[in-house]
Design a protein around this ligand. Structure first.
Ligand code: NAD
Length: 255
């Protein structure tokens, strides 16, 4: 049985309607948290809600767009009004965007990826930090990627957004370390979620090639990445601040 170390704590998870976010929402709920599951995808959120209900966990769903400041502000105000506190925020929603060389990358698509992956983390933290601090501190975990450390060809917007998440995380950690609020980033490698399955379907053979190049010879299960997010949000990592935890089956070991 999972320890109940998040009992009565409020954990906000974005991108909770699929993949890593769904597994993290389940993991926080199984450890006693009241989960606020946010996502654009209402069907995905309903499925996450049902999975958490099966565990006997507590969850509120919030259909919203993480790149809209009005919607982020409204969500945090609702958490404050209905639950009175915030202890954990896992800013995880993201998209890959298209694959094109920089000279061919449509500028509006570049803007969209930056907005969903990077501006959302800024907006999330901007509105989460005052509530987290007012209600006793806690932890923020932001999802970056191994693309925060590398320059995957064709993925300029994605890599730039994830490098940006790493930088924002460090600044936020520095600003809040003395205030009982720890902020870290998580850098997953290849993870078997719908995001990756979609990309592989567009490029047959790529998944096999990519996973055979990973030292572990397989992609991660979403639950393996979620476990690292929960650890970063838990008291077990109480002295870890401003770091980016790479969870990639050894993908980046060789440089
Ligand atoms: P996923 O596609 O399974 O889940 C992402 C979720 O984010 C979806 O439910 C989607 O509806 C939601 N979302 C997208 N745009 C949104 C918006 N504007 N507002 C609210 N919700 C929105 O993908 P995943 O693999 O679970 O990805 C989660 C995070 O992990 C992303 O930030 C991604 O970049 C990162 N990541 C994934 C991998 C991987 O291999 N899967 C690797 C490194 C990093």
């Amino acid at each position: 049985m999972a320890p109940k170390d998040f009992e009565n704590k409020v954990a906000l998870v974005t991108g909770a309607g699929s993949g890593i976010g769904r597994e993290a929402a389940r993991a926080f709920a199984s450890r006693g948290a009241i989960v606020v599951a946010a996502d654009l995808n209402e069907g995905g959120l309903a499925a996450t809600r049902d999975l958490i209900a099966e565990l006997g966990g507590r969850v509120l769903t919030a259909p919203m767009d993480v790149s809209s400041e009005a919607q982020v502000r409204e969500l945090i105000a609702r958490i404050d009004k209905d639950l009175g506190r915030l202890d954990v925020a896992f800013n995880n929603a993201g998209i890959t965007g298209q694959a094109h060389r920089i000279e061919d990358y449509p500028t509006e698509d570049f803007d969209r990826v930056i907005s969903v992956n990077l501006k959302s983390v800024f907006l999330g933290m901007k509105h989460q930090i005052p509530l987290l601090r007012r209600t006793g501190g806690g932890a923020i975990v932001n999802t970056a990627s191994v693309a925060a450390l590398t320059g995957p060809g064709g993925m300029s917007a994605y890599a730039a957004s994830k490098h940006g998440v790493h930088g924002l995380t460090r600044v936020a950690a520095m600003e809040n370390a003395a205030h009982g609020l720890r902020i870290n980033a998580l850098a997953p490698g290849w993870t078997e979620t719908p995001m990756v399955k979609e990309a592989s379907a567009q490029n047959p053979g790529f998944a096999e090639l990519a996973t055979s190049a990973i030292p572990a010879k397989r992609g991660a299960l979403p639950s393996e990445i979620a476990a690292a997010a929960v650890w970063l949000a838990s008291e077990a990592s109480s002295y870890v601040m401003g770091q980016m935890l790479v969870v990639d089956g050894g993908m980046t070991i060789g440089g």
